[in-house]
Design a protein around this ligand. Sequence first.
Ligand code: ADP
Ligand code: MG
Length: 381
Amino acid sequence: MKTKIQEKFRSLFGEDGQLYMSSGRINLIGEHTDYNGGYVFPGAINFGIMAEIKPNGTNKVKVFSIDFNEMAEFGLNEEDKPKQAWACYVFGVCRETIKRGGKVEGFNAVFAGDVPLGAGLSSSAALESVFAFAINDLFGNNIEKFELARIGQSTEHNYCGVKCGIMDQFASIFGKKGALMRLNCKTSEYKYFPFHPDGYKLVLIDSCVKHELASSAYNKRRESCERAAAAIRENHPDVEFLSDAKRLWLEEVRDKISQEDFLRAEYVIGEVQRVLDVCDALERDDYETVGELMYQTHFGLSRLYEVSCEELDFLNKLARKCDVTGSRVMGGGFGGCTINLVKDELYDDFIKAVKEKFTAKFGHAPKIYDVVISDGARKLQ
Ligand code: ADP
Ligand code: MG
């Protein structure tokens, strides 16, 4: 990837620039907790986007995407938004940097990546983060790292039409080899935890399905959580988000909210606790407990929060049958990947079973991604 980028940069621009890299991410546990003010627990992975960049002394950006084999050229004013969707991520990062008082001048860039697009590994955050980090460094802006993540998030909101939370960009910017990060979505406090699953592999199984329900169901889940939190707040005024509530406090309002809202809230309150339990287990290097908690999350997402689907439940059941240590749906649900923690010696049999049985049942093969927790945004060399 590096050589390809360097050759392309030289052939297009006749010189060399500076190389930067950023990564996609996984989330080990902590799903649908972000908008409830709870914890998420992501890490950056060994799939990323690399970019070579150099200021060009003009007020125009020329950026070439190797994967789309396409050049985009744009100015740096609000009305200069490029027509290529991929280039809007780069443009958005420039604009959001400028909005924060940062200096951005014209530059040349070439980039390529290996984060699968739209598979739930957040290729878009990798793209935003590599440019946010590079621009900050090249133009000496000294914007602090959390704000670089916010630049990526605002890019999605304002230039790409995606109202995302902060987790993906946070993970991509702050990621560290051998460490997961527990982010408190209410306070933005975060803490690194060691993740060295020696003797285990972390593997994602992409069901390659996306059910249409996703966005309307997402809004409905949010509303359920807000109603449950409001009911609890009547007894406990300090409860700002559902994640502030204790299980017992939910019990107190069982008769005041619908059965459905109750189940949704039960999942969220349980999930916030599970993130804390996983962190404790990691400090003891207890990956069997981590795995068991992953299964509990899957159960919650499937039966209480009801955001799973036939394909994902099938993969989860199959993982249990193959003695996989931990398995759960990752991401918003209704399709996408499961994340699995598998003992080395069981890995081959599990993957073989997944490929054969999933394909036989659903008529298409799943995709397999072996991931390793790796560094996030950085300058190369
Ligand atoms: P994901 O879940 O992977 O973030 P998104 O739909 O949010 O999926 O973002 C994917 C979009 O990000 C692509 O359609 C493209 O515009 C941009 N993108 C991601 N990776 C690349 C890449 N390697 N080259 C060019 N554009 C990319
Ligand atoms: Mg994305």
